[in-house]
Design a protein around this ligand. Structure first.
Ligand code: SF4
Ligand code: SF4
Length: 431
C-alpha cells in the first residue's frame, strides 16, 4: 500500500505510522463502535481495523476483498476517537488509508467511478442544480414507479439502485439568500454547501434568521464550494485539498468574525483544513486561520444570549450527529439551546451519540449495515415516546426521516436551529 504514492499524499502517509503507533490495543473503543456492536467481530472494530491498516502499511497483508470489506464497513463516525484513552486519531488514520488505497490503484472500477462522479458534480453549482431539477421532475412524475418496477436500476453498474432508493424527497424550491434586516453591525460568513441548499432550504433559512436576530449580517462568499468531506471520506484527498484551498480563498477575503456551518459533517472537515493542508507551504497558515474561524452554528449560537423565546410545544429527542459530537466534540450546545425553548420537552435516548447509519454516502454503499443501525436507532427513539428527532446534519436528517417513515411514526427530524427559529418567531411574530 505504500508504493507509488501521489506526491501530495506522501507527508500524511508518513505521519500514518506515528498515528498507528499510538494504539495500545486496550480495546476501550470496542463498545463504542456501531459495527462491532452489530457483528461482534474484532476485524470490524476500531482496534481490528487499526491492526489491518498497520499490516497493509507494513506489507504484511494484501488489500484483498475481505480486508477491504472490513475497512469499508467503517462508518467513519469517530465514536472510537471519543472513547480512546490514548488519543488515537482514528479519523485521520482511516482517511489516510482510504486515500493511499485509491492513490496506489487498489480500488475497483465502481469506487473510482464514484470518485469521478463526486469530482464532476459536487463542486459545480450549475451541474448540481440541473441534476436536482431532473430529480425533482423524476420524483414527481409517474416515471419513478415505472423505472422501479422495470428492474433496470439493478442492471446498471455501481450503486445506482441503492442510491435511487435512499434519495430524500426534494423540496419544491432550493435555498436562495433574501434581503436581510438593515442595521446589523457584525458579520459572519456562512457555507451553503453542495446539496444542503437543495435538500434542506428550511434549515438554511432558519440559520440566517437566527443569526440576524442575534445581530449578525450573514455573508455568502460568491466563490465558496463544496467542503470536500465526501471526497475525503472516499479517499480522494487530492481533490479535497483543491476544494479546501478554494474555500479558504473565498472565505478569508470576507473579513468576518466567524465562518458558520450548519452541517456537522462539513464543519468537521472545515475545522480540519489545517491538518489537511499541514504540508502546503502556501496555504498552511491560512488553513489554520480558516479552521480557527469555523464554528458549527449551534456552538456559535449557544454562546449568545438568545433573548426571549416563544413556546414550541413538542416532545423532542436529540440525536448527536457523529461529526458534531465525536469529531468536533460539541455535545452540550445543542441540548442547552433545546432546554431554553419554553414548552419543549427534551427526552434523551439511551445512546444518542451512536451513529444512525447515515454517514455520508454510507447508506447508499453499505445499505444493509446502514439499515441495521437505523433500525436500532429507531428502537432507541421509540422508547422516548418522542416523534420529533432533532439533529444537526443533513445526512442524519434524511436518515432519521426515513426511519420515522418506515416505523409509521409520522414525526419529523428537523435541525435544532429550525426549532430555535420557531421559538424566536413565536416571540417576534412571523417575518
Ligand atoms: S481505545 Fe484507542 S488505544 Fe485502545 S484499542 Fe482502541 S484505538 Fe487502540
Ligand atoms: S469510526 Fe465508527 S465505525 Fe469506524 S471503527 Fe470507529 S467507531 Fe467503528
Amino acid at each position: 500500500m505504500s508504493i507509488d504514492l501521489h506526491p501530495e499524499a506522501e507527508p500524511h502517509t508518513h505521519a500514518l505510522q506515528d498515528d498507528l503507533s499510538r494504539c495500545i490495543h486496550c480495546g476501550f473503543c470496542l463498545q463504542a463502535c456501531p459495527t462491532y456492536l452489530e457483528l461482534g467481530l474484532e476485524a470490524d472494530s476500531p482496534r481490528g481495523r487499526i491492526q489491518l491498516i498497520s499490516a497493509l502499511a507494513e506489507g504484511r497483508a494484501r488489500p484483498t476483498p475481505s480486508v477491504l470489506g472490513h475497512l469499508d464497513l467503517c462508518l467513519q463516525c469517530r465514536a472510537c476517537e471519543t472513547a480512546c484513552p490514548s488519543g488515537v486519531q482514528y479519523g485521520r488514520i482511516m482517511e489516510t488509508a482510504r486515500a493511499t488505497l485509491v492513490e496506489t490503484g487498489e480500488r475497483p472500477f465502481a469506487w473510482r467511478l464514484r470518485i469521478a462522479a463526486m469530482r464532476q458534480v459536487l463542486p459545480h453549482k450549475t451541474r448540481l442544480r440541473a441534476l436536482i431539477g431532473l430529480l425533482r421532475v423524476y420524483q414527481q412524475s409517474p416515471l419513478r414507479e415505472r423505472v422501479r418496477k422495470s428492474g433496470i436500476l439493478k442492471r446498471l453498474p455501481g450503486d445506482v439502485a441503492e442510491a435511487e432508493s435512499s434519495l430524500p424527497e426534494m423540496p419544491p424550491a432550493s435555498f436562495a439568500p433574501t434581503p436581510q434586516p438593515p442595521g446589523l453591525t457584525s458579520a459572519v460568513a456562512m457555507l451553503t454547501g453542495c446539496v444542503m441548499p437543495h435538500l434542506f432550504p428550511k434549515a438554511h433559512e432558519a440559520t440566517v434568521r437566527v443569526l440576524n436576530r442575534l445581530g449578525y449580517r450573514v455573508v455568502f462568499p460568491e466563490n465558496e464550494t463544496c467542503c470536500g468531506a465526501l471526497n475525503l471520506h472516499g479517499g480522494d484527498r487530492v481533490f479535497a485539498r483543491r476544494l479546501a484551498r478554494r474555500n479558504i480563498d473565498a472565505f478569508l477575503s470576507q473579513g468576518v468574525e466567524a465562518i458558520i456551518v450548519n452541517s456537522a459533517g462539513c464543519g468537521s472537515t472545515m475545522k480540519e483544513y489545517a491538518d489537511l493542508l499541514a504540508y502546503d507551504d502556501q496555504y498552511r497558515e491560512r488553513a489554520r486561520r480558516f479552521s480557527e474561524l469555523t464554528r458549527d452554528v449551534l456552538e456559535f449560537v449557544a454562546a449568545h444570549d438568545l433573548g426571549p423565546l416563544g413556546e414550541v410545544r413538542r416532545v423532542v429527542t436529540y440525536q448527536d450527529s457523529c461529526h458534531l459530537v465525536h469529531a468536533q466534540r460539541v455535545k452540550t450546545a445543542p441540548r442547552a439551546i433545546l432546554r431554553q425553548i419554553p414548552g419543549l420537552e427534551l427526552r434523551e435516548m439511551d445512546s444518542p451519540d451512536k451513529c444512525c447509519g447515515s454517514a455520508g454516502l454510507y447508506s447508499m454503499v453499505q445499505p444493509e449495515m446502514s439499515q441495521r443501525l437505523l433500525s436500532s436507532k429507531m428502537d432507541d427513539v421509540e422508547t422516548t415516546g418522542a416523534t420529533c428527532v432533532a439533529t444537526a446534519n443533513p445526512g442524519c436528517m434524511t436518515q432519521l426521516e426515513t426511519g420515522l417513515r418506515q416505523r409509521g411514526l409520522g414525526g419529523s427530524a428537523p435541525h435544532v436551529i429550525e426549532l430555535l427559529d420557531e421559538a424566536m418567531r413565536a416571540t417576534h411574530g412571523r417575518d
